[in-house]
Structures are given as C-alpha cells and as structure tokens.
Design a binder for this molecule. Structure first.
Ligand code: S3P
Length: 188
C-alpha cells in the first residue's frame, strides 16, 4: 500500500480516534481534521448543546454537511464521530480516495475511556455500557465493511497503534515489508 491521498478513522466512542489521528497526521506530514471539533467550532456550541437544542437529527445533518466539506481534502487524517457511518451517503463520502481505518476496541475499553466524559450525549444515562453494546452490534458490521484496515487498539499505546498503521501504509524497508506480511493483510 502506498501513501494514501487521505486517511479516515472510524470506530466507536472511546476508540482513540482523536489521539491516534493527531499522532498519525504528524507522522505522515498530513493535516489533522476532527469532524466533531470542527462542527463545534463552526456552530459556536458543544455537541451536548447541539443535541439538546436541535436533537440528534440536527447533529446528524451538521455531520453530513461537514463530511461533504472535509472528505475532499487531500493529505489529511480525518477523525469521524462514532455514528458517522450510519448514513449511506456518509459512507460513500468517507471512502472516496481514502484509506479507511477501523479502530476496533472492546466494550470494556470503551466504557473505561468514556467513563468520566460529559461531552457524549448518547452516554449520559444510567447504563452507558448497554448503550455502547447496542451501538456496537449495529455499527461494527458497518465499520468493518467500510474499512481497508481494521486495527485492534486494546492494550496498545496510541504510539504503537500509529507505528503499526504507518508500517501498513508505507512499508519502506524489506524488514518493514516482512513485518507487515506477518501482521496479516487486514487485521492488526
Ligand atoms: C457519537 C459519537 C461522538 C459524537 C456524538 C455522537 C455517536 O463522537 O459524534 O456524540 O453516535 O457514537 P466520538 O466517537 O468521537 O466520541
């Protein structure tokens, strides 16, 4: 695989898309774009406020409009929100000229990483774990279908995930190439 025009990160809440995306962009010399943060900047309000005032549907419309704009940017690493894969038109946009990476994460890790978070409206209820399980059952097949690379992130530091991704995207030396072959074609 040669260096892609752009990289798109998909996966559930708590997968590490923003942290890994920022580091990966630096490593590749690409610009980092975080769809949720740009929606917040443009709107002048945070995601809980958008959900409150406009409902989830209002947020989804903003998300699609944002992806339409961001999905044509070359030399970028784009971190998407966990629900971005739900709309077929978003999936179409995301895969254009891109290598799509699914950051696959166990429910336990998602629960752990989102435990204290107040910025994710879908998890502000009595049983966030049940919500994460339900979302996983619906979305995991969509993430998997869309992805060119599925990368497991459990028990790995962001630095290791980034190194493995870079190896997959630009296997420069014979040692790299052997390592990539060893790690398997689609699953790392
Ligand atoms: C959502 C995930 C969030 C954010 C919004 C909805 C979802 O992004 O887009 O709260 O539907 O899973 P992260 O995956 O970055 O937390």
């Amino acid at each position: 695989m040669s260096l892609p025009k752009r990289v798109v990160l998909v996966g559930p809440m708590g997968a590490g898309k923003s942290t890994i995306g920022r580091m990966l962009a630096k490593e590749l010399g690409y610009r980092f774009l975080d769809s949720d943060r740009i929606i917040e900047e443009r709107c002048g309000a945070n995601i809980p406020w958008i959900f409150d005032v406009e409902g989830e549907e209002g947020f989804r419309q903003r998300e699609t409009a944002m992806l339409e704009e961001l999905a044509s940017e070359a030399k970028t690493v784009l971190a998407t929100g966990g629900g971005a894969v739900m709309r077929p038109e978003n999936r179409q946009l995301l895969k254009q000229d891109a290598v799509v990476v699914y950051l696959k994460t166990s429910i336990e890790q998602q629960v752990e990483r989102t435990r204290k978070d107040r910025n994710r409206p879908l998890l502000q209820n009595d049983d966030p774990e049940a919500v994460l399980r339900k979302l996983f059952s619906i979305r995991d097949p969509l993430y998997s279908q869309l992805a060119d690379i599925t990368m497991h992130t459990d028990r790995k530091s962001p630095r290791l995930v980034v190194r493995q991704l870079v190896n997959r995207m630009k296997p420069r030396t014979p040692r790299h190439k052997r390592q990539v072959r060893k790690e398997g074609r689609n699953h790392v």
